[in-house]
Design a protein around this ligand. Structure first.
Ligand code: FDP
Length: 336
């Protein structure tokens, strides 16, 4: 196993050496995502000092106000990946349509779906933020992939991960061989392995949810959250509530310490809030690779057949036992 402290660059070289057929293209792509994360970190560290806080005045395809930092993070990813030349098409929360990068080869290439800045309500108050990415291989016969060619099940992702911009910047990813976490060392400007082979605890004692929405939830969801607040020493209840307003930050906590994050469907909005292709799918792959579980309450996230680029899904994600219990409540099957 690679040693703690190993730089991302060295980790990539060592991992690639174990796969003689690897072309190095994927490794380079991962390095570019790390590079985009460094640049976004620099912007965020100076955000209060220069005029990049607040809203742009525009609304994105989701109908949400675009923050200046959302736009800046999106541009940073585009510029870095365009220069890198490994990706033929990008799709993000901030763009209605996919963006084709003409410098990239049309035959065999990678497709990157991403949320450039997750947790937008945190931008102006110095709270944690994240970026989420999902990578597919596209091997179409000719020409650029159509928009429907991007609608792939989460199980087909070749890699996925996130950057968390918190008290330090952390890059966590999986390419199907476990989940690894790297912390950006500002002294050397590189990421160092700090969390090798992450495993999610089977069960936690923390839940993350916007409980202000309680009255909008269906009965099963409300019963589950009520259950978490009951006193029962044997099962660790009541659980502790932690909700940062940043999905990446909450999922990172669960990955390391266990528990559950929920953004459930609501009675009048059963599809929930989060986006399947660039939020739920990549985080589900990371969490499942670490031994966790991710579903909508009715089905596993990674097996959903997407119908649209910006499709929303309810999300329950975290420790396998906690997510299974939540699903049982939502499906009306829980018997205490
Ligand atoms: P945001 O819209 O602020 O970018 O991705 C969406 C997300 O944040 C998650 O990061 C976060 O967990 C959730 O939505 C917050 O939504 P609420 O404000 O509705 O709780």
């Amino acid at each position: 196993m690679t040693r703690t402290g190993t730089t991302l660059a060295r980790f990539i070289i060592e991992t690639q050496a174990r796969f003689p057929a690897a072309t190095g293209v994927f490794s380079a792509l991962l390095a570019q995502i790390g590079q985009a994360g460094k640049q976004i970190t620099l912007h965020l560290r100076r955000a209060g000092l220069i005029n990049i806080l607040g809203a742009t005045g525009e609304t994105n395809v989701q109908g949400e106000a675009v923050k200046k930092l959302d736009a800046l993070a999106n541009e940073t990813f585009i510029a870095t990946l365009r220069a890198g030349g490994m990706v033929c098409v990008l799709a993000s929360e901030e763009m209605e349509k996919p963006m084709y990068l003409s410098e990239s080869g049309p035959r065999s290439c990678y497709v990157l779906l991403f949320d450039p800045l997750d947790g937008s309500s945190n931008t102006d108050v110095n709270m944690p933020l994240g970026s989420i990415f999902s990578i597919f291989r596209y091997e179409g016969k000719a020409g650029q992939p159509s928009e429907t060619a991007l609608l792939r099940k989460g199980m087909e992702q070749v890699a996925a991960g996130y950057l968390l911009y918190g008290s330090s910047t952390v890059l966590v990813f999986t390419s199907g061989q476990g989940v690894h976490g790297f912390t950006l060392d500002p002294g050397i400007g590189d990421y160092r392995l700090t969390h090798g082979e992450i495993r999610v605890p089977a069960k936690g004692t923390v839940y993350c949810v916007n409980e202000g929405n309680y009255q909008k939830w269906p009965a099963g969801t409300r019963r589950y959250v009520d259950f978490l607040k009951e006193r029962d020493k044997a099962s660790g209840r009541p659980y502790t509530l932690r909700y940062s307003g940043c999905l990446v930050a909450d999922v990172h906590r669960l990955l390391l310490e266990g528990g559950i994050y929920l953004y459930p469907g609501e009675t009048d909005k059963p599809e929930g809030k989060l986006r399947l292709l660039y939020e739920a799918n990549p985080l589900a792959l990371v969490v499942e690779q670490a031994g966790g579980r991710a579903g909508t309450g009715a089905e596993r996230i990674l097996t959903i057949e997407p119908k649209a680029l910006h499709q929303r899904v309810p999300l329950l994600i975290g420790s396998p036992e906690d997510v299974a219990t939540a699903e049982a409540f939502i499906q009306g099957k829980y018997h205490s």
